[in-house]
Design a protein around this ligand. Structure first.
Ligand code: PMP
Length: 384
Protein backbone atom coordinates (compact mmCIF):
# COMPACT_ATOMS: atom_id res chain seq x y z
CA UNK A 1 0.00 0.00 0.00
CA UNK A 2 0.93 3.64 -0.31
CA UNK A 3 3.10 5.76 2.01
CA UNK A 4 1.14 7.57 4.69
CA UNK A 5 2.72 10.74 3.38
CA UNK A 6 6.04 11.92 4.74
CA UNK A 7 8.30 13.94 2.43
CA UNK A 8 11.30 12.21 3.91
CA UNK A 9 9.98 8.97 2.36
CA UNK A 10 10.96 10.21 -1.08
CA UNK A 11 14.66 10.29 -0.27
CA UNK A 12 14.60 7.00 1.63
CA UNK A 13 14.57 3.42 0.36
CA UNK A 14 11.24 3.57 -1.51
CA UNK A 15 11.47 1.15 -4.39
CA UNK A 16 15.28 1.33 -4.23
CA UNK A 17 18.13 -0.24 -2.29
CA UNK A 18 19.80 1.51 0.65
CA UNK A 19 22.71 3.56 -0.70
CA UNK A 20 24.78 3.40 2.49
CA UNK A 21 24.73 2.07 6.05
CA UNK A 22 23.18 5.37 7.16
CA UNK A 23 20.37 5.46 4.60
CA UNK A 24 16.91 6.15 5.92
CA UNK A 25 15.05 2.84 5.74
CA UNK A 26 11.48 3.10 4.50
CA UNK A 27 9.33 0.23 5.78
CA UNK A 28 6.20 2.37 5.98
CA UNK A 29 4.46 0.79 3.03
CA UNK A 30 4.06 -2.84 2.04
CA UNK A 31 6.10 -2.85 -1.17
CA UNK A 32 6.71 -6.56 -1.89
CA UNK A 33 10.18 -6.24 -3.46
CA UNK A 34 11.28 -9.31 -1.47
CA UNK A 35 9.97 -11.50 -4.30
CA UNK A 36 12.22 -9.89 -6.93
CA UNK A 37 15.05 -12.35 -6.23
CA UNK A 38 12.74 -15.31 -6.90
CA UNK A 39 11.61 -13.90 -10.24
CA UNK A 40 15.18 -13.04 -11.25
CA UNK A 41 16.04 -16.66 -10.60
CA UNK A 42 13.12 -17.74 -12.81
CA UNK A 43 14.70 -15.78 -15.69
CA UNK A 44 12.58 -15.66 -18.82
CA UNK A 45 10.04 -18.19 -17.65
CA UNK A 46 7.61 -15.45 -16.62
CA UNK A 47 8.21 -13.17 -19.61
CA UNK A 48 5.63 -12.43 -22.28
CA UNK A 49 5.69 -10.60 -25.61
CA UNK A 50 2.61 -8.67 -26.77
CA UNK A 51 2.56 -7.71 -30.47
CA UNK A 52 1.24 -4.19 -31.14
CA UNK A 53 -1.91 -5.49 -32.82
CA UNK A 54 -2.97 -7.47 -29.75
CA UNK A 55 -5.06 -6.38 -26.72
CA UNK A 56 -6.46 -3.41 -28.65
CA UNK A 57 -10.16 -3.95 -28.04
CA UNK A 58 -11.95 -2.88 -24.84
CA UNK A 59 -13.61 -6.29 -24.74
CA UNK A 60 -12.26 -9.64 -23.59
CA UNK A 61 -15.25 -11.99 -23.48
CA UNK A 62 -18.70 -10.50 -23.98
CA UNK A 63 -20.34 -13.77 -22.90
CA UNK A 64 -18.89 -13.39 -19.39
CA UNK A 65 -20.53 -11.31 -16.61
CA UNK A 66 -17.08 -9.72 -16.28
CA UNK A 67 -16.73 -8.86 -19.97
CA UNK A 68 -13.25 -7.32 -19.53
CA UNK A 69 -11.79 -10.43 -17.84
CA UNK A 70 -9.15 -12.08 -20.04
CA UNK A 71 -10.14 -15.78 -20.11
CA UNK A 72 -6.53 -16.95 -19.53
CA UNK A 73 -6.29 -14.86 -16.41
CA UNK A 74 -9.59 -16.21 -15.06
CA UNK A 75 -8.44 -19.78 -15.73
CA UNK A 76 -5.09 -19.30 -13.98
CA UNK A 77 -6.82 -17.73 -10.97
CA UNK A 78 -9.09 -20.78 -10.60
CA UNK A 79 -6.20 -23.16 -11.18
CA UNK A 80 -4.05 -21.52 -8.49
CA UNK A 81 -6.84 -21.53 -5.89
CA UNK A 82 -7.51 -25.21 -6.62
CA UNK A 83 -3.82 -25.97 -6.18
CA UNK A 84 -3.45 -24.05 -2.90
CA UNK A 85 -6.90 -24.85 -1.51
CA UNK A 86 -7.31 -21.34 -0.05
CA UNK A 87 -10.61 -20.37 -1.71
CA UNK A 88 -13.66 -21.94 -3.33
CA UNK A 89 -14.02 -20.86 -6.97
CA UNK A 90 -16.50 -23.39 -8.33
CA UNK A 91 -19.80 -21.75 -9.32
CA UNK A 92 -18.37 -18.37 -8.38
CA UNK A 93 -17.91 -15.22 -10.47
CA UNK A 94 -14.42 -13.82 -10.95
CA UNK A 95 -14.18 -10.04 -11.29
CA UNK A 96 -10.79 -8.55 -12.19
CA UNK A 97 -9.74 -5.14 -10.90
CA UNK A 98 -6.91 -2.59 -11.03
CA UNK A 99 -5.47 -3.93 -7.80
CA UNK A 100 -7.74 -5.17 -5.07
CA UNK A 101 -7.97 -1.48 -4.15
CA UNK A 102 -10.33 -0.89 -7.07
CA UNK A 103 -12.30 -4.05 -6.25
CA UNK A 104 -12.75 -2.93 -2.66
CA UNK A 105 -14.42 0.24 -3.96
CA UNK A 106 -16.44 -1.78 -6.49
CA UNK A 107 -17.64 -4.00 -3.63
CA UNK A 108 -18.67 -0.99 -1.50
CA UNK A 109 -20.63 0.34 -4.49
CA UNK A 110 -22.26 -3.06 -5.11
CA UNK A 111 -23.27 -3.59 -1.47
CA UNK A 112 -24.60 -0.09 -0.79
CA UNK A 113 -28.37 0.23 -1.06
CA UNK A 114 -29.11 2.60 -3.95
CA UNK A 115 -32.31 4.03 -2.44
CA UNK A 116 -31.19 4.86 1.12
CA UNK A 117 -31.57 8.35 2.65
CA UNK A 118 -28.21 8.06 4.33
CA UNK A 119 -24.86 6.51 3.40
CA UNK A 120 -24.35 2.98 4.76
CA UNK A 121 -21.77 2.60 7.54
CA UNK A 122 -18.50 0.86 6.68
CA UNK A 123 -16.64 -0.70 9.63
CA UNK A 124 -13.67 -2.95 10.39
CA UNK A 125 -12.25 -4.30 13.64
CA UNK A 126 -9.29 -2.23 14.93
CA UNK A 127 -6.47 -2.39 14.20
CA UNK A 128 -7.71 -2.20 10.60
CA UNK A 129 -5.84 -1.66 7.30
CA UNK A 130 -5.16 2.09 7.05
CA UNK A 131 -6.50 2.33 3.48
CA UNK A 132 -10.02 1.30 4.54
CA UNK A 133 -10.97 4.65 6.13
CA UNK A 134 -8.96 6.62 3.55
CA UNK A 135 -10.45 4.92 0.47
CA UNK A 136 -13.98 4.79 1.90
CA UNK A 137 -14.01 8.48 2.71
CA UNK A 138 -12.00 10.38 0.13
CA UNK A 139 -14.88 11.16 -2.25
CA UNK A 140 -17.43 11.79 0.54
CA UNK A 141 -19.84 9.42 -1.15
CA UNK A 142 -23.57 9.64 -0.65
CA UNK A 143 -23.68 5.81 -0.74
CA UNK A 144 -21.28 4.79 2.03
CA UNK A 145 -19.22 6.35 4.81
CA UNK A 146 -16.46 5.23 7.18
CA UNK A 147 -17.82 4.45 10.67
CA UNK A 148 -14.70 3.13 12.43
CA UNK A 149 -14.06 0.16 14.68
CA UNK A 150 -16.45 -2.77 14.21
CA UNK A 151 -16.00 -3.83 17.87
CA UNK A 152 -17.79 -0.71 19.09
CA UNK A 153 -20.34 -0.38 16.26
CA UNK A 154 -24.02 -0.35 17.22
CA UNK A 155 -26.55 -0.86 14.47
CA UNK A 156 -27.78 -3.66 12.22
CA UNK A 157 -27.04 -2.18 8.80
CA UNK A 158 -23.38 -1.95 7.83
CA UNK A 159 -20.64 -3.24 5.54
CA UNK A 160 -17.92 -4.97 7.57
CA UNK A 161 -14.43 -5.36 6.12
CA UNK A 162 -12.74 -8.50 7.32
CA UNK A 163 -9.03 -8.76 6.58
CA UNK A 164 -7.51 -12.18 7.31
CA UNK A 165 -4.64 -12.65 8.00
CA UNK A 166 -5.02 -9.08 9.16
CA UNK A 167 -3.02 -6.10 7.97
CA UNK A 168 -1.43 -4.74 10.26
CA UNK A 169 -1.24 -7.34 13.06
CA UNK A 170 -1.27 -10.71 11.23
CA UNK A 171 -4.19 -12.12 13.24
CA UNK A 172 -6.62 -14.63 11.73
CA UNK A 173 -10.03 -13.02 11.72
CA UNK A 174 -13.72 -13.60 11.26
CA UNK A 175 -16.49 -11.03 11.06
CA UNK A 176 -17.19 -9.53 14.50
CA UNK A 177 -20.72 -8.35 13.64
CA UNK A 178 -23.50 -10.74 12.67
CA UNK A 179 -26.71 -8.95 11.83
CA UNK A 180 -28.98 -10.39 9.13
CA UNK A 181 -28.96 -7.05 7.33
CA UNK A 182 -25.18 -6.64 7.57
CA UNK A 183 -22.84 -7.31 4.63
CA UNK A 184 -19.22 -8.43 4.64
CA UNK A 185 -16.24 -8.06 2.33
CA UNK A 186 -13.39 -10.48 3.01
CA UNK A 187 -9.97 -9.13 2.09
CA UNK A 188 -7.78 -12.24 1.79
CA UNK A 189 -4.71 -10.54 0.30
CA UNK A 190 -2.44 -12.46 2.72
CA UNK A 191 -4.18 -15.84 2.74
CA UNK A 192 -1.27 -17.55 0.98
CA UNK A 193 1.12 -20.24 2.28
CA UNK A 194 4.19 -17.99 2.57
CA UNK A 195 2.42 -16.04 5.33
CA UNK A 196 0.09 -18.43 7.11
CA UNK A 197 -0.96 -22.09 7.28
CA UNK A 198 -3.90 -22.69 4.90
CA UNK A 199 -6.64 -24.10 7.14
CA UNK A 200 -9.48 -24.58 4.61
CA UNK A 201 -10.81 -23.14 1.35
CA UNK A 202 -12.40 -19.78 2.21
CA UNK A 203 -15.99 -19.49 1.05
CA UNK A 204 -17.42 -16.01 1.67
CA UNK A 205 -19.79 -13.79 -0.33
CA UNK A 206 -17.05 -11.48 -1.64
CA UNK A 207 -13.37 -12.42 -1.34
CA UNK A 208 -10.57 -10.14 -2.54
CA UNK A 209 -7.12 -11.27 -3.66
CA UNK A 210 -4.20 -9.52 -5.34
CA UNK A 211 -1.00 -10.37 -7.20
CA UNK A 212 0.70 -7.68 -5.05
CA UNK A 213 0.94 -10.00 -2.05
CA UNK A 214 0.69 -13.43 -3.65
CA UNK A 215 3.43 -13.23 -6.31
CA UNK A 216 4.86 -9.80 -5.42
CA UNK A 217 3.76 -8.02 -8.62
CA UNK A 218 2.31 -4.90 -6.99
CA UNK A 219 3.25 -2.76 -10.00
CA UNK A 220 1.09 -4.86 -12.34
CA UNK A 221 -1.89 -3.43 -10.38
CA UNK A 222 -4.04 -6.52 -10.63
CA UNK A 223 -6.49 -8.05 -8.20
CA UNK A 224 -9.48 -10.34 -8.40
CA UNK A 225 -12.69 -10.81 -6.52
CA UNK A 226 -14.46 -14.15 -6.07
CA UNK A 227 -18.16 -13.40 -5.82
CA UNK A 228 -21.07 -15.70 -4.96
CA UNK A 229 -24.03 -13.62 -6.09
CA UNK A 230 -24.52 -12.80 -9.76
CA UNK A 231 -26.19 -9.42 -9.16
CA UNK A 232 -23.41 -8.34 -6.83
CA UNK A 233 -20.83 -9.40 -9.43
CA UNK A 234 -22.74 -7.43 -12.09
CA UNK A 235 -22.78 -4.29 -9.94
CA UNK A 236 -19.05 -4.60 -9.29
CA UNK A 237 -18.48 -4.91 -13.04
CA UNK A 238 -20.67 -1.82 -13.55
CA UNK A 239 -18.52 0.15 -11.10
CA UNK A 240 -15.34 -0.78 -12.97
CA UNK A 241 -17.01 0.04 -16.28
CA UNK A 242 -17.88 3.55 -14.98
CA UNK A 243 -14.55 3.97 -13.21
CA UNK A 244 -12.02 2.78 -15.83
CA UNK A 245 -14.01 0.97 -18.61
CA UNK A 246 -12.34 -2.29 -17.69
CA UNK A 247 -8.87 -3.37 -16.57
CA UNK A 248 -5.60 -3.39 -18.54
CA UNK A 249 -5.47 -6.49 -20.73
CA UNK A 250 -1.69 -6.22 -20.92
CA UNK A 251 -1.55 -6.54 -17.14
CA UNK A 252 -3.96 -9.46 -17.19
CA UNK A 253 -1.90 -11.35 -19.77
CA UNK A 254 1.26 -10.75 -17.79
CA UNK A 255 -0.40 -11.82 -14.54
CA UNK A 256 -1.88 -14.91 -16.24
CA UNK A 257 1.63 -15.93 -17.28
CA UNK A 258 3.02 -15.31 -13.81
CA UNK A 259 0.28 -17.32 -12.09
CA UNK A 260 0.83 -20.08 -14.66
CA UNK A 261 4.54 -20.23 -13.83
CA UNK A 262 3.68 -20.43 -10.12
CA UNK A 263 1.23 -23.32 -10.61
CA UNK A 264 3.56 -25.06 -13.08
CA UNK A 265 6.25 -24.93 -10.37
CA UNK A 266 4.10 -27.34 -8.35
CA UNK A 267 2.15 -29.25 -10.98
CA UNK A 268 4.66 -30.06 -13.70
CA UNK A 269 6.75 -33.18 -13.09
CA UNK A 270 10.44 -32.85 -12.13
CA UNK A 271 10.36 -29.18 -11.22
CA UNK A 272 13.20 -28.19 -8.94
CA UNK A 273 12.50 -26.82 -5.46
CA UNK A 274 13.89 -23.43 -6.38
CA UNK A 275 10.96 -22.82 -8.72
CA UNK A 276 8.33 -23.22 -6.01
CA UNK A 277 7.27 -19.68 -5.07
CA UNK A 278 5.44 -20.45 -1.83
CA UNK A 279 8.27 -22.65 -0.51
CA UNK A 280 10.72 -19.87 -1.29
CA UNK A 281 8.48 -17.26 0.34
CA UNK A 282 7.87 -19.34 3.45
CA UNK A 283 11.60 -20.06 3.96
CA UNK A 284 12.50 -16.41 3.62
CA UNK A 285 9.67 -15.18 5.84
CA UNK A 286 10.51 -17.74 8.56
CA UNK A 287 14.14 -16.58 8.56
CA UNK A 288 13.14 -12.93 8.66
CA UNK A 289 10.75 -13.42 11.57
CA UNK A 290 13.49 -15.24 13.51
CA UNK A 291 15.89 -12.38 12.89
CA UNK A 292 13.28 -9.80 13.82
CA UNK A 293 12.46 -11.58 17.09
CA UNK A 294 16.18 -11.72 17.91
CA UNK A 295 16.54 -7.99 17.22
CA UNK A 296 13.52 -7.20 19.40
CA UNK A 297 15.01 -9.31 22.18
CA UNK A 298 18.41 -7.61 21.83
CA UNK A 299 16.85 -4.17 22.03
CA UNK A 300 14.63 -5.03 24.98
CA UNK A 301 12.13 -2.20 24.52
CA UNK A 302 9.69 -3.66 21.96
CA UNK A 303 7.22 -6.51 21.81
CA UNK A 304 5.63 -8.47 18.95
CA UNK A 305 2.46 -10.56 18.71
CA UNK A 306 2.82 -14.33 19.11
CA UNK A 307 1.11 -16.68 16.68
CA UNK A 308 -0.04 -20.28 17.04
CA UNK A 309 1.25 -22.86 14.56
CA UNK A 310 -1.09 -25.27 12.81
CA UNK A 311 -1.21 -27.76 9.97
CA UNK A 312 -1.20 -26.22 6.51
CA UNK A 313 -3.47 -28.08 4.09
CA UNK A 314 -1.30 -27.06 1.20
CA UNK A 315 2.10 -28.21 2.49
CA UNK A 316 0.70 -30.93 4.78
CA UNK A 317 3.13 -29.73 7.45
CA UNK A 318 2.69 -28.07 10.79
CA UNK A 319 3.85 -24.50 10.25
CA UNK A 320 4.02 -21.15 11.98
CA UNK A 321 2.64 -17.79 10.93
CA UNK A 322 4.94 -15.24 9.30
CA UNK A 323 2.90 -12.13 8.57
CA UNK A 324 3.80 -9.63 5.86
CA UNK A 325 3.93 -6.90 8.52
CA UNK A 326 5.39 -6.73 12.00
CA UNK A 327 3.06 -5.07 14.48
CA UNK A 328 5.65 -3.63 16.80
CA UNK A 329 4.77 -2.24 20.21
CA UNK A 330 7.10 0.13 22.00
CA UNK A 331 7.19 -0.78 25.71
CA UNK A 332 9.69 1.88 26.74
CA UNK A 333 8.37 4.26 29.36
CA UNK A 334 7.95 7.84 28.18
CA UNK A 335 7.82 6.90 24.49
CA UNK A 336 4.24 7.38 23.36
CA UNK A 337 4.89 7.99 19.68
CA UNK A 338 6.77 4.96 18.38
CA UNK A 339 6.76 6.20 14.77
CA UNK A 340 8.66 9.43 15.63
CA UNK A 341 10.95 7.51 17.96
CA UNK A 342 11.98 5.09 15.18
CA UNK A 343 12.19 7.90 12.64
CA UNK A 344 14.85 9.53 14.81
CA UNK A 345 16.89 6.35 14.17
CA UNK A 346 16.30 6.55 10.41
CA UNK A 347 13.53 3.97 10.22
CA UNK A 348 10.19 4.92 8.65
CA UNK A 349 7.23 2.90 9.87
CA UNK A 350 3.49 3.55 10.04
CA UNK A 351 1.93 4.70 13.30
CA UNK A 352 -0.86 2.77 15.04
CA UNK A 353 -2.96 5.96 14.63
CA UNK A 354 -3.55 5.09 10.97
CA UNK A 355 -4.98 1.72 12.01
CA UNK A 356 -7.37 3.07 14.63
CA UNK A 357 -5.21 2.38 17.72
CA UNK A 358 -2.60 4.06 19.94
CA UNK A 359 0.66 5.53 18.57
CA UNK A 360 2.79 3.25 20.76
CA UNK A 361 2.26 0.69 17.98
CA UNK A 362 3.82 0.82 14.54
CA UNK A 363 3.51 -1.38 11.48
CA UNK A 364 6.70 -2.45 9.74
CA UNK A 365 6.87 -4.08 6.30
CA UNK A 366 8.56 -7.50 6.24
CA UNK A 367 8.53 -7.66 2.42
CA UNK A 368 11.39 -5.40 1.38
CA UNK A 369 14.64 -6.51 -0.25
CA UNK A 370 17.25 -8.43 1.77
CA UNK A 371 19.67 -5.48 2.04
CA UNK A 372 16.98 -3.20 3.45
CA UNK A 373 15.65 -5.82 5.85
CA UNK A 374 19.14 -6.69 7.15
CA UNK A 375 19.92 -3.03 7.73
CA UNK A 376 16.60 -2.66 9.57
CA UNK A 377 17.11 -5.55 12.03
CA UNK A 378 20.66 -4.45 12.69
CA UNK A 379 19.52 -0.91 13.47
CA UNK A 380 16.50 -2.02 15.50
CA UNK A 381 18.55 -4.32 17.73
CA UNK A 382 20.70 -1.39 18.86
CA UNK A 383 17.74 0.87 19.79
CA UNK A 384 17.28 1.15 23.53
N1 PMP B 1 -5.76 -5.21 1.01
C1 PMP B 1 -4.79 -5.31 1.90
C2 PMP B 1 -5.11 -5.90 3.23
C3 PMP B 1 -3.51 -4.86 1.61
O1 PMP B 1 -2.55 -4.93 2.53
C4 PMP B 1 -3.25 -4.29 0.34
C5 PMP B 1 -1.88 -3.80 -0.06
N2 PMP B 1 -1.14 -3.18 0.93
C6 PMP B 1 -4.30 -4.18 -0.55
C7 PMP B 1 -5.54 -4.65 -0.19
C8 PMP B 1 -4.13 -3.49 -1.87
O2 PMP B 1 -3.68 -4.33 -2.82
P1 PMP B 1 -3.53 -3.90 -4.35
O3 PMP B 1 -2.09 -3.63 -4.57
O4 PMP B 1 -4.00 -5.11 -5.07
O5 PMP B 1 -4.41 -2.72 -4.62
Amino acid sequence: DMPAGQDIAVSATSGTRPVSKDSVINLDHGDPTMFESFWRWMGDRGSIVIPAWQTMSYFSDVTNVCWFLEPEFGQEVRRLHNLIGNAVTEDRYIVVGTGSTQLFQAALYALSPSNAFEPINVVSAAPYYSSYPAVTGYLRSGLFRWAGDAYTYKGDKYIELVCSPNNPDGSIREAVLNSEAGKTIHDLAYYWPQYTPISSPADHDIMLFTVSKSTGHAGTRLGWAIVKDKDVAKKMVKFIELNTIGVSKDSQLRAAKILKVVSDGYELPNTENTSKLFDYGRRLMTMRWEKLREAVKASGIFSLPEFPSSTCRFTGERTGTNPAFAWLKCEKEGIEDCESFLRSYGMLTRSGRHFGVEPNYVRVSMLDRDETFELFVERLSSVN
